[in-house]
Ligand binder design. Structure first.
Ligand SMILES: C[S@@+](CC[C@H](N)C(=O)[O-])C[C@H]1O[C@@H](n2cnc3c(N)ncnc32)[C@H](O)[C@@H]1O
Length: 353
């Protein structure tokens, strides 16, 4: 088993979870207002020694239309989707082509994201058939939760993640032993609910109180109120650093970090700056016989090969394999593929997904 070594020298761009002083309106850093203790320093990056894992690149994991969700059409910078019984028309930068379906089909949308920055909240949505209310019931493979029209054009679920959720629930059920799962940047908790329903003991971490609140509501909606899920509102890096110090480990770790985010105490998350350190922590949180670790990135400047090489570096010397590729949504009718994000995942030895 590879022994990690701390790098003796701090790299010039070593990441920091330190809360940075906010810039004032004129761009000048504000002076410290009180004598709070200095923020916890981040651990150094680690050097991992060991053989490269078996690997698979350029994988495409596809999510097809179901009764719960369908990508109906895409084109001209937009996509038309069905979430449960609600048809949604939203912007989609990857849809460079022309729509396949006639305008009359697009006109059936119940909700259209207008992106009108003059408006706040649900006001950025238009409801041509009348206001539907802020939320509505949704499901993934029998796990209930609810959608919401957010001002960021999201609706509370990233349906292409279903490819990982299916793999994860298959592996949890096949493990036939207690499974501990950590869902970092967990958002509205659908992955946490899917993991818990399959039998895992779940720790869900997100920096946003609102997202945690929504996730808790989803737990009730999914009828999983008795499932063992810990909801933790904290900066994901800080939480992992603490878990490493406590010596806790997990069989499944999911991380879907945004390009940019903030922890509850203003900790800054920058994908390109912090993801290597985050993976060092994730490696230290691996159970003795881990099932899987899934890193997803919607950060456009990244390449799936960049994720792949980082995973190879950090998981060096472990058993199992690294699989890397893209998540796509297959348009209903089976023709077009819409790319949404890239991923790299470690699959434990003997785990069949
Ligand atoms: C699910 S992720 C990314 C979603 C989607 N893949 C994307 O890129 O738009 C977003 C979640 O990360 C959370 N988040 C942002 N910064 C965080 C931080 N420093 N620690 C923990 N969670 C954070 C947000 O609150 C949000 O719920």
């Amino acid at each position: 088993m590879a022994k990690p070594k701390y790098k003796s020298q701090r790299r010039p761009s070593a990441p920091s979870i330190a809360k940075r002083p906010r810039a004032s309106a004129n761009g000048q850093a504000r002076p410290r207002e009180n004598s709070k203790p200095p923020p916890e320093p981040l651990p150094e990056r680690m050097v991992w020694k060991g053989a490269r894992l078996a690997e698979r690149t350029s994988m495409v994991l596809e999510t097809e239309a179901t009764a719960d969700y369908a990508l109906l059409d895409s084109g001209a910078g937009r996509k038309l989707e069905r979430y449960g019984d609600v048809i949604v028309d939203r912007p989609e930068g990857q849809a460079l082509w022309l729509p396949a379906l006639p305008q009359s089909t697009w006109d059936q949308a119940d909700a259209i994201f207008t992106g009108n920055t003059e408006e706040e909240g649900a006001g950025r949505w238009k409801f041509p058939k009348g206001n539907r209310g802020e939320t509505w019931p949704l499901a993934f493979d029998g796990v209930g939760f609810h959608g919401r029209f957010t001002s960021f054009r999201h609706v509370g679920v990233f349906p292409e993640q279903a490819a990982h959720w299916h793999a994860m629930q298959t592996a949890i059920r096949a493990a036939k032993r207690p499974v501990k799962m950590l869902n970092l940047f967990g958002y509205t908790g659908v992955a946490s609910l899917v993991g818990a329903r399959a039998g895992a003991e779940v720790t869900h971490v997100d920096a946003s109180k609102k997202a945690i609140q929504w996730a808790r509501e989803n737990q009730l909606e999914g009828g999983l109120q008795d499932a063992p899920i810990r909801w933790i509102c904290e900066d994901a890096v800080k939480f992992c650093a603490r878990e490493v110090r406590r010596g806790n480990t997990y069989d499944i770790i999911l991380l879907d970090p945004p390009a940019f985010g903030r922890g509850p105490k203003g900790e800054v998350w920058q994908f390109f700056e912090h993801v290597p350190l985050m993976l060092d922590l994730v490696r230290q949180l691996q159970a003795e016989k881990p099932i899987m670790t899934v890193l997803t990135s919607y950060a456009i400047r990244a390449s799936s090969f960049a994720l792949h090489e980082l995973m190879q570096e950090v998981f060096a010397g472990m058993a199992g394999r690294i699989e890397t590729g893209e998540l796509i949504l297959r348009q209903e009718g089976g023709e077009r593929m819409l790319s949404t994000s890239m991923f790299s995942r470690h699959i434990g030895e003997g785990v069949d997904v």
